[in-house]
Design a protein around this ligand. Structure first.
Ligand code: ADP
Ligand code: MG
Length: 260
């Protein structure tokens, strides 16, 4: 969590001393006739935790996917740590490695052990030596509470354990920012908190995070800012307390009434 996030305290130190970690400037995206991202601009400060909420179809996943170029955009500019995302090539692979992403479906490699899932990308993309990647991978698996599962296969893990493995895999690339797109939506209810707890501790340790979630308890606990999207636009944004207790628009009020 950002110790000082400018927009909450009134001090602009955190946001002016360094460039934003993620900067979206007037992003537009269409799928055919469907205008799914409409002039989205959003700066995320280093160490800031932004929770993105909004109804289904409002463009949250497309926004996440655009940030690491899993999806192209029609216009606008996306910067990560001050560098514009290139459209393709080696530079894209390197920049994408700066952005860790965790999806609703865990997307682990089924035929690789949990530890291999965590070490493959650092060895391939970051050119890390196997011994180093495995030592760091084990430390990450311990950190997310599944060190004992390192040599098992994904199918042998519960959903909550698989999602924690997916988080460890993303962290293994030492990303500058972590994106989470509804990371707990596919989990049985009793496994949601073990994943959210890992995310809260990441936030507390200062990871810059953009989190799409319907878990409003997580937003209240961990978010520095809540961004509410509807119809491809950012409709309002505020601190969690102000967003939940004092929404400014009818759209936010009716969204909150549907999820709380
Ligand atoms: P959310 O994550 O907020 O539910 P999405 O970003 O998934 O919203 O979708 C936003 C809009 O874009 C929706 O109207 C959806 O149907 C459309 N959409 C998303 N992905 C595609 C795609 N690959 N092709 C065509 N339309 C898409
Ligand atoms: Mg989505």
């Amino acid at each position: 969590m950002a110790a000082n996030t400018g927009h909450t305290s009134g001090s602009a130190e955190a946001t002016t001393a360094r460039p934003p970690m993620v900067s979206l400037n007037a992003i537009n995206k269409h799928f055919g006739e469907n205008h799914v991202l409409k002039d989205i601009s959003l700066d995320v400060a280093p160490r800031e935790v932004v929770v993105v909420v909004g109804p289904s179809g409002s463009g949250k996943s497309t926004l996440c996917r655009a940030i690491n170029r899993l999806e192209t955009i029609d216009s606008g500019d996306i910067k990560v740590d001050g560098v514009s995302l290139p459209k393709e090539g080696v530079a894209l692979a390197e920049l994408r490695a700066d952005v860790g992403m965790v999806f609703q479906s865990f997307n682990l490699f089924a035929h690789r052990t949990v530890l291999d899932n965590v070490t493959l990308a650092p060895m391939k993309v970051r050119k890390m030596k196997k011994s180093v990647a495995e030592a760091e991978g084990m430390a990450l698996l311990e950190r997310v509470g599944i060190g004992a599962k390192a040599h098992q296969y994904p199918a042998e893990l519960s959903g909550g354990q698989q999602q924690r493995a997916a988080i460890a895999r993303a962290l293994a690339m030492a990303p500058k920012v972590m994106l989470f797109d509804e990371p707990t939506s596919a989990l049985d209810p009793e496994m949601v908190s073990e994943v959210l707890d890992v995310m809260v501790s990441l936030a507390t340790e200062g990871m810059t995070m953009i989190v799409v979630t319907h878990e409003m308890g997580f937003a209240r606990r961990a978010a520095d800012r809540v961004v509410f999207m509807d119809g491809g636009q950012i409709v309002e944004q505020n601190t969690p307390a102000d967003f939940f207790d004092n929404p400014q628009t009818d759209r936010a009020r009716s969204f909150l009434a549907s999820v709380l």
